[in-house]
Write a protein that binds this ligand. Structure first.
Ligand code: FE2
Ligand code: FE2
Length: 375
C-alpha cells in the first residue's frame, strides 16, 4: 500500500520521530501527521481525512481514552481504523479500548514490520467496508427515488381520474380539487401524518367517482329530483366504493402477461382510504345519512372530514339552480347541522380556521378551467 495518511497521537516526540524515520525507509509515500495531545488530535482528525490513527493511551493532561470517548461515533461513521499503542496496559484497559471502537493494539517500542502489517490490513479492510457501505447507500437512494417516482405518478394518476369524472358535469367547476384542498387542510389540523395526508388528498378528490355510474338524465338534471331519481343518485356512494375495491381479475391478467404483481398491489392503502371515503361521505353524525346509516365514530374520520368540505364547497359555489351562498352563510349552515349531519369536531376546526378555509375555497386550483373543458 503506497500512499497512506497516518495520524499519530502521542505526547512523546521521540517515539514519533523514530517511527517517522523508519517509515521513511520502507514506506516513503506514507504521510505521518503528529498530534502531541488529545485536543490537537481531535482537531486534526475532524479537519482532515486519515487512513488510520495511532493513539497513545498514557498521556499527560488527557489520556487516549478521552480521545476515544469524544470521537468514537465519528470513528465508526468514517470507518477509520484506530490502533492503540501499548507500553504497559493496566488491567481492563484493552477491553475498554476495544469497547470504545479501537480496531487493534500494537506494542511499544514498535516492531516496524508488525506495525506496517497491522496498519495496512486494517486500512484495506476499512476501505472495503466503506466501499460496500457506499454501494448500499447508493442502492438505497436509488430505491427511494424510484419509490418517490412511483408514488408521484400514482398520485397524479388518481387526481386526473377524479378530474376526468368532473368533466362530465361542468356545472361544479373545480369542486373535486377544492374539496381535496379543504379536506387535506382539515386532516392536517386533525393530526394526520404526512403520508396519510398524501393518500387523503387523492382519496378526497375521488369522493364522487361513483357519479360515473349515474345516468346523464339524473346527474345533469336542472331541477329537483324525484324520489326515484334521488335513490338512483344516492347509489353513487356504493358505485364509487365498488370501483375502488380490489380488482378480482388480476389473476387472469397475471396469467396473460406472465408476470405476478406484488401482493401489496391489491391492498393499496390510498385506494382503501378512497373506497372508505367514497362509500361514507354522505353518512351523517346522527345516523340519518346514506347508504348504511352509520353514525358518529362508526363513520371513518376521513369521510367525516370530506362530508363537511364537500357540503361547504357545494354551498359556496354557483349552481345552475341557485347562486352561491356567502362563506359566512356556509359556516352558519355547518354550525346549525353540527352534531346532526356533521362531526362537531370537524365543524369546530372550520370555525377556528375561517381565514385559511376561505382562502382555500377561493384559491385557484391545480388545473385550469380551460384544460378541463377542452378535455
Ligand atoms: Fe357525493
Ligand atoms: Fe362532492
Amino acid at each position: 500500500m503506497d500512499r497512506l495518511k497516518l495520524l499519530v497521537i502521542d505526547d512523546d516526540p521521540k517515539t514519533v520521530k523514530s517511527l517517522g524515520r523508519i517509515l521513511d525507509n520502507i514506506r516513503p509515500l506514507w504521510t505521518l501527521t503528529w498530534a502531541d495531545g488529545v485536543r490537537t488530535g481531535i482537531k486534526l482528525f475532524r479537519e482532515n481525512n486519515y487512513d488510520a490513527i495511532l493513539l497513545d493511551i498514557r498521556m499527560p493532561v488527557e489520556d487516549g481514552f478521552k480521545f476515544l470517548e469524544i470521537t468514537s461515533q465519528e470513528i465508526a461513521r468514517t470507518f477509520t481504523p484506530l490502533i492503540i499503542e501499548t507500553g504497559s496496559l493496566e488491567k481492563g484497559w484493552k477491553a475498554k479500548a476495544l469497547r470504545l471502537g479501537a480496531s487493534d493494539l500494537i506494542e511499544k517500542p514498535f516492531d516496524i514490520d508488525e506495525t506496517v502489517q497491522v496498519v495496512e490490513s486494517l486500512v484495506e479492510r476499512s476501505r472495503n467496508h466503506r466501499s460496500l457501505f457506499e454501494q448500499a447507500e447508493g442502492l438505497r437512494e436509488l430505491a427511494e427515488n424510484k419509490n418517490r417516482e412511483l408514488e408521484a405518478s400514482k398520485f397524479s394518476f388518481l387526481i386526473r381520474l377524479a378530474q376526468a369524472c368532473e368533466v362530465r358535469d361542468q356545472t361544479t367547476g373545480h369542486h373535486v380539487v377544492r374539496v381535496a384542498n379543504l379536506s387535506t387542510f382539515i386532516g392536517k389540523v386533525v393530526g394526520f401524518s404526512e403520508e396519510h395526508l398524501t393518500s387523503f388528498y387523492a382519496a378526497s378528490a375521488l369522493h364522487d367517482i361513483g357519479k360515473l355510474g349515474i345516468p346523464d338524465s339524473i346527474l345533469l338534471k336542472q331541477g329537483p329530483l324525484s324520489t326515484e331519481e334521488r335513490m338512483t343518485m344516492e347509489l353513487h356512494c356504493q358505485i364509487g366504493a365498488d370501483l375502488l375495491s380490489k380488482s378480482h381479475s388480476l389473476e387472469l391478467v397475471e396469467s396473460i402477461i406472465g408476470h405476478q404483481f406484488p401482493s401489496q398491489f391489491q391492498e393499496d392503502s390510498t385506494l382503501q382510504m378512497a373506497r372508505a371515503v367514497a362509500l361514507n361521505h354522505h353518512e351523517s353524525w346522527d345516523g340519518s345519512g346514506y347508504p348504511n346509516g352509520f353514525a358518529a365514530r362508526d363513520i371513518p374520520i376521513e369521510a367525516r372530514v370530506v362530508c363537511v368540505a364537500d357540503v361547504l364547497d357545494a354551498l359556496t359555489s354557483d349552481r345552475p339552480y341557485r347562486k352561491a351562498w356567502s362563506f359566512q352563510q356556509g359556516l352558519a349552515f355547518l354550525s346549525e347541522r353540527s352534531g346532526k349531519q356533521f362531526d362537531p369536531a370537524v365543524v369546530q376546526i372550520c370555525q377556528d380556521n375561517q381565514s385559511k378555509i376561505f382562502e382555500l375555497l377561493e384559491s385557484p386550483t391545480l388545473y385550469s378551467k380551460e384544460t378541463v373543458v377542452a378535455a
